[in-house]
Design a protein around this ligand. Structure first.
Ligand code: NAD
Length: 263
């Protein structure tokens, strides 16, 4: 199946590593030019170079912190100055810190709202006028399985990501007449650098091995393993692409069956 992404312009936020990088690489493999951002210039440039080498497409790297409003404005402006359009926007950011209610402060909540919700809101404020003017586009928000099934010790993610889903559903409705589709992808356990580090930390704390810690997690996953980042990236690329032309307002779980609810 041709996804129809050849020659499209995609902006993928928070993409120096992990899910964002996998998504940017997948879109580039499909022939889209990609713009990526992250806070630190060194790793960002290295990722841009590796995607360029692997795919031959143009990759624009813009250092930016998506929780800082001026950075998001500058990011979108830089992409529009360079490419003149944004066909695909993928919102993403680092995860908010873990913690239970009394471990966290109201300031932690406000910082997490800036990181998880307002980054997506501001990226949409940047891209939507351009998409509307150019006659359409597609937005995919990377969220988490926590929007379907709250996860222990992840109060901020469980709470604030639901607001991102509210944004996605409402924008899908509002922007459909402009030819703009808006969807969310909800990863379950995916083996990114962050998750590999988390397994090592848990093993050190519990006197076990990372493999034993992974086995505790995968015991609850019907497919019996974590996802590889590219498995999530393929779902994002499909939803973002013209091949998904009649799909808007969905939250697609990519979780190996871990969520047990019927709907
Ligand atoms: P990661 O830490 O491996 O990568 C995060 C990327 O975002 C990095 O490139 C980092 O530089 C960048 N980044 C972080 N904060 C940023 C900021 N403020 N501005 C710009 N760039 C920033 O994480 P990941 O595993 O790829 O996860 C990505 C998102 O998906 C996170 O929000 C995470 O909570 C969520 N998620 C991940 C999993 C999983 O299993 N990996 C599961 C569910 C949800």
């Amino acid at each position: 199946m041709d996804l129809g992404l050849e020659g499209k312009i995609a902006l993928v936020a928070a993409a120096s590593r992990g899910l964002g990088r996998a998504v940017a690489l997948q879109l580039a493999k499909e022939g889209a030019s990609v713009a990526i951002c992250a806070r630190n210039e060194g790793p960002l440039k290295a990722t841009a170079e590796s995607i360029r080498e692997a795919t031959g497409v143009e990759v624009l790297a813009v250092p930016a912190d998506v929780s800082v409003p001026e950075d998001v404005d500058r990011l979108v402006k830089t992409v529009l100055d360079r490419f003149g359009r944004i066909d695909v926007l993928v919102t993403n950011a680092g995860g908010p810190p873990p913690g239970r209610f009394l471990d966290l402060t109201p300031d932690d909540w406000e910082a997490a709202v800036r990181l998880t919700l307002m980054s997506a809101v501001r990226l949409c404020y940047g891209a939507v006028p351009a998409m509307r003017e150019q006659g359409g586009g597609s937005i995919v928000a990377i969220t988490s399985i926590s929007v379907k099934q709250p996860l222990p010790n992840l109060l901020l993610s469980n709470s604030i990501r639901l607001a991102v889903i509210g944004l996605v559903k409402t924008l899908a409705d509002e922007l459909a007449p402009d030819g703009i589709r808006v969807n969310a992808v909800c990863p379950g356990w995916t083996r990114t650098e962050r998750v590999v580090q988390l397994l090592k930390d848990r093993a050190a704390r519990n006197g076990t091995t990372p493999e034993e810690e992974a086995a505790k997690i995968t015991a609850a996953i019907p497919l019996g393993r974590m996802a590889e980042p590219e498995e999530l990236a393929r779902a994002v690329a499909f939803l973002a692409s013209p091949a998904a032309s009649y799909i808007t307002g969905v939250s697609l779980l990519v979780d190996g069956g871990m969520y047990r609810g019927a709907m």
